[in-house]
Design a protein around this ligand. Structure first.
Ligand SMILES: [Zn+2]
Length: 43
């Protein structure tokens, strides 16, 4: 059995819904897409 601490440590990373890349946790966590997809949209 996993301890609660281990459980939270092993939570899956946020993943970009556009390309499936892992998204870094950031202050602007409302941004779901990764940097690449975001910059694509900002053209
Ligand atoms: Zn992406």
């Amino acid at each position: 059995m996993m301890s609660p601490v281990e459980f939270f440590r092993n939570l899956p990373k946020k993943v970009c819904p556009e390309c499936g890349e892992g998204v870094h946790e950031q202050a602007e966590s409302y941004l779901m897409e990764c940097d690449r997809c975001l910059s694509k949209k900002e053209e």
